[in-house]
Design a protein around this ligand. Structure first.
Ligand SMILES: [Zn+2]
Length: 493
């Protein structure tokens, strides 16, 4: 269904600073690129929030009936420690520390990244390219920029000439900076620096003899600059100009500014129509940081194994919590906030179960058609999930009133209400029903203990027909019994 024909979607565009009406380059199609992770450590919750925001955006486009090509890369080379052009490669450094191959580091943390995002119910992107798989494409872009005279080679490294580029282009237009201001506020070049100007950035870096991650190039053995991979992979799969480029707010400068410069220098075209930036997650009111220990990993939330938490939370509760804030706002995570989200989540899940069992009448006290459009209006206003969720709770209120016979709903409206709720909660927000409460899980443990006792008694009485029946029927329900020397345990598949 081409719902997009009836919905006018506006997107906050970092390039214009306004909410622009979304008009795709090719009708019915969306090309979207999002900067992926540098895979040298476990993915932290702040990164998860960014990818979850773009997953919701991806899902809404799909819901509207667009064919979406969503490209999200894996940075497996070229990202240096200090984000400038100095220091060690983050992945090579970790490999040295753990005495393993860089590609073992990449493999380990790519698997962690995928597992974590799957727990949060993120859809996989359409294409997930890697930097090391696109070295040739990156070298080709460098050649084009050199040909245009907007880069220069020094001692086996190639740098982008920002000052020269700025003569005919606007370096800083995305982040709202002016090159003149940047120049007055930066340090002088040091004697050993190969760059002509401090603002220039590396397209290709010469590999020192000890640098393990290296590739041959026309300028000698080296490795690509971090900004270049995204230009190479986005334009390869989405075209020289594509619809949407997203990423975390912290990537706006210099990473995305440099991407624009590289693309404009090599193709002469502006690469992206809508730039989108997702905001960060703080923890107990402070910026998350590994060095200050103000940090939390997804696995710690799911197990409750972190001092700031009073209990574990399911991935769906965490996702619901994230969706309660607009993606461009800073969101603060705390135990109290998660508890409040869990309550809301449980109310929503209860309503989704109750809606199917509502009695219907001849008329409706709740204007479901108008409510449905208000849900779309919220999402059409720059993916405003907090307003959407407020609308969902408006429906919850009516579901509860109808359940208590204080309001009525017609058969058609009940179907429309159930379908709309399901679509927005499960398809668009990507929330799953994982609402097994503590009471449910206590009850399950009690029932399982009872069944295991009955089975043990049957076995003691050599009544194998009964004991096998219990085991087999449980398997059919997805519950495995395991007999060990300390007794029988069970696990859910
Ligand atoms: Zn990027």
């Amino acid at each position: 269904m081409q719902l997009y024909k009836d919905q006018a979607l506006r997107i906050h565009n970092s390039l214009t600073g306004k909410k622009d009406l979304f008009e795709p380059i090719n009708e019915g199609h969306v090309g979207m690129y999002v900067c992926g992770p540098t895979v040298y450590s476990n993915v932290h919750l702040g990164n998860c929030r960014t990818f979850m925001s773009f997953d919701m955006i991806f899902r809404y486009f799909k819901h509207l009936g667009y064919k979406v090509r969503y490209v999200r890369n894996i940075t497996d080379a070229g990202h240096l420690e200090n984000d400038a052009d100095e220091g060690e490669d983050k992945i090579a450094k970790k490999a040295k520390l753990e005495q393993i191959e860089p590609m073992e580091v990449v493999q380990r943390y790519t698997v962690d990244f995928h597992n974590t995002l799957q727990q949060f119910n993120l859809l996989p992107p359409s294409i997930e390219p890697t930097a090391t798989g696109h070295i040739i494409e990156q070298i080709e872009i460098i050649k084009e920029i050199l040909e245009k005279g907007l880069a220069y080679e020094v001692n086996g490294s190639v740098y982008f000439d920002v000052v020269k580029f700025n003569e005919n282009h606007d370096y800083g237009k995305l982040s709202g900076r002016k090159l003149e201001d940047m120049i007055t506020h930066t340090r002088e070049l040091t004697a050993q620096d190969d760059k002509r100007n401090p603002q220039d950035f590396a397209l290709w870096k010469k590999a020192e003899p000890q640098h393990i991650m290296r590739w041959p190039s026309p300028w000698g053995d080296g490795f690509p600059g971090w900004h270049l991979e995204c230009t190479a992979m986005s334009t390869k799969y989405l075209g020289e100009t594509f619809d949407i480029h997203g990423g975390g707010m912290d990537l706006k400068f210099p990473h995305h500014e440099c991407e624009i410069a590289q693309a404009e220098a090599s193709t002469g075209k502006s690469p992206v129509n809508y730039w989108m930036h997702a905001n960060m997650l703080t923890l107990n009111g402070r910026k998350m940081s590994k060095s200050t220990d103000n940090n939390i990993y997804p696995a710690e939330i799911f197990s409750g194994d972190n001092n700031i938490l009073s209990k574990p939370y399911t991935p769906s509760v965490v996702r619901f919590f994230m969706m309660q804030a607009h993606y461009t706002s800073i969101l603060d995570l705390s135990d109290e906030a998660l508890q409040a989200s869990e309550k809301g989540y449980n109310r929503l899940m209860d309503a989704l179960e109750n809606v199917n069992n509502l009695k219907t009448g001849d008329t409706s006290d709740f204007d479901v058609t108008a409510w449905k459009q208000m849900c779309y209006d919220a999402m059409n206003d720059d993916f405003n999930t907090p307003i959407l969720i407020a609308q969902l709770f408006e429906a919850v209120k009516h579901i509860n009133l109808i359940k208590e016979d204080q309001e009525t709903i017609s058969k058609e409206d009940k179907t429309l209400l159930a379908n709309t709720l399901n679509a927005f909660v499960y398809d668009v927000l990507g929330i799953e029903n994982q609402s097994m409460t503590k009471d449910d899980s206590n009850a399950l443990s009690g029932v399982m203990e009872l069944l295991i006792d009955i089975r043990n008694e049957a076995r003691a009485n050599k009544d194998f027909a009964t004991s096998d029946k219990i085991r087999d029927e449980l398997v059919a329900l997805g519950i495995q019994l395991k007999d060990g020397k300390d007794g029988t345990t069970f696990s859910l598949n």
